[in-house]
Design a protein around this ligand. Structure first.
Ligand SMILES: Cc1cc2nc3c(=O)[nH]c(=O)nc-3n(C[C@H](O)[C@H](O)[C@H](O)COP(=O)(O)OP(=O)(O)OC[C@H]3O[C@@H](n4cnc5c(N)ncnc54)[C@H](O)[C@@H]3O)c2cc1C
Length: 399
């Protein structure tokens, strides 16, 4: 046990915010799973830009990707408090939940808005790992952050919809059997810009040539693509919820997504600070550990405080979500604080490791790139601040 672990254990005794025993056990289980996927595993994948097939398979077999699926459909029936602990722990152990996390939260749209037939048809297979739902196609080249400007269009044709358009930055499509897709079903109305979009569950195994992928070389290994959709036929039975209501349905899921991303950032932040604090305590320059210098200590200590604060907000947001309370402000604050904290920790870790901070063999540079994403995607922190200004502070709408 490191001095940091010991300090945390002491601090957790009698702590009203500490995890209950069943969540501590979940963390233990995830740590055991992650022990089979050490740094070298992630380093090798990152170098080859390869998908973590074995890791995703292990998560699937452990039922962890079915965290939010109710037990009646074969899932774990967890809330966000448990699920945040799972994703946080993966990143805290040096892993990367990014290639798998979507299956956990994309499911939310099906759970909340799917018809009973859709749930019976897909959820047991997803829970059992017979199907993968890893892809979620919203962003478009022209629309960007302004989702109301999407142009991908779905036209009803008898029992089917015919969909054409372009999507950008769509991750994990190659590793998914199903994909959630947001398309317009009626033209944009400036008076009601969020109306007229619909959500579809696309069976990629039946899409044939109507979906073309162009893999993009991104900063981190997320298997991200530009997607062209040309007269894709989707059964009308695969429309999720009511036609025209798609934006509201994905909006519902965004709070959960933000809370889960915040948990991953907290996990990253812990990893950076622990890794750097250990290194700083061992590395000697000028005849003493570099960690004895306040110039090394203070950025790590400050990042640690930021991470702990972000963790508390994430726990609060998850608890409110699970209790069915409004949690828009808390979910957005958790995502903002956690992504800023993990970025502060990443920078402090690179400074602490000096040249080795840039050497892939030390893993900091890989996680530095991975955690950078979360200040921009799935939603940029600018938009999070706009949300808070408008909804928490009552200021005028800025976009
Ligand atoms: C690795 C990766 C994986 C991704 N995976 C997916 C995926 O699987 N599915 C999916 O649908 N999308 C995915 N995305 C897309 C991601 O959600 C978008 O990149 C993000 O929402 C921003 O959209 P944009 O890149 O078009 O930026 P733009 O909309 O062009 O904005 C550029 C910058 O301007 C800022 N900006 C824009 N408008 C305002 C404003 N009014 N006020 C202040 N600032 C503003 C933005 O915050 C951003 O920083 C992924 C992106 C990346 C990088």
């Amino acid at each position: 046990m490191t001095p940091l672990d010991l300090a945390n254990q002491i601090a957790a005794e009698g702590d009203p915010f500490a995890d209950p025993p069943h969540i501590l056990q979940l963390r233990e289980d995830i740590r055991a799973l992650c022990a089979n996927f050490p740094d070298a595993y992630w380093r090798d994948l990152d170098r080859r830009r390869a998908y973590p097939e074995a890791f995703v398979q292990a998560l699937t077999e452990g039922g962890w990707l079915a965290a939010l699926i109710p037990e009646e459909y074969g899932g774990r029936g967890f809330g966000l408090r448990e699920t945040t602990a799972i994703l946080q722990e993966i990143n805290q152990q040096g892993g990367y939940a990014g290639p798998a996390h979507a299956q956990v939260y994309i499911m939310g749209a099906l759970l909340r808005h799917g018809s009973p037939e859709q749930k019976v048809r897909y959820l047991p297979q997803l829970a059992a790992g017979a199907l993968r739902l890893q892809a979620f196609a919203v962003t478009e080249p022209e629309a960007g952050t302004d989702t109301t400007r999407i142009e991908t269009f779905a036209t009803r044709d008898g029992d089917e919809y015919v969909i054409s358009g372009r999507k950008l930055f769509i991750s994990r499509v190659q590793h998914s059997d199903l994909m959630l897709l947001l398309a317009r079903t009626s033209p944009r109305d400036a008076a009601r810009p969020t109306a007229g979009m619909s959500l579809f569950l696309v069976d990629l195994r039946e899409a044939g040539d109507s979906i073309q992928l162009r893999p993009l070389t991104m900063m981190m290994n997320n298997e991200t693509n530009a997607v062209t959709i040309d007269r894709l036929r989707v059964p009308a039975a695969n429309l999720i919820g009511a036609e025209g209501n798609g934006f509201r349905q994905i909006l519902d899921g965004w709070n959960a997504e933000r809370i889960l991303i915040a948990a991953e950032c907290v996990g990253d932040g812990h990893w950076f600070v622990r890794r750097a604090a250990t290194y700083a305590s061992e590395r000697e320059v000028f005849g003493r550990p570099i960690g004895a210098n306040q110039g090394i200590q203070f950025p790590l200590a400050a990042a640690w405080a930021q991470i702990e604060a972000a963790d508390l907000m994430t726990r609060r947001a998850a608890a409110r979500f699970d209790a069915g309370l409004s949690c828009g402000a808390e979910a957005n604050m958790a995502k903002l604080l956690a992504s800023d904290a993990s970025w502060a920790a990443a920078n402090a870790a690179v400074d602490t490791l000096g040249g080795r901070g840039f050497d892939a063999d030390y893993d900091v540079e890989r996680k530095f790139r991975e955690t950078r994403l979360y200040r921009v995607a799935p939603v940029s922190n600018n938009l999070v601040l706009s949300y808070l200004a408008q909804h928490a502070l009552g200021m005028p709408r800025s976009y």
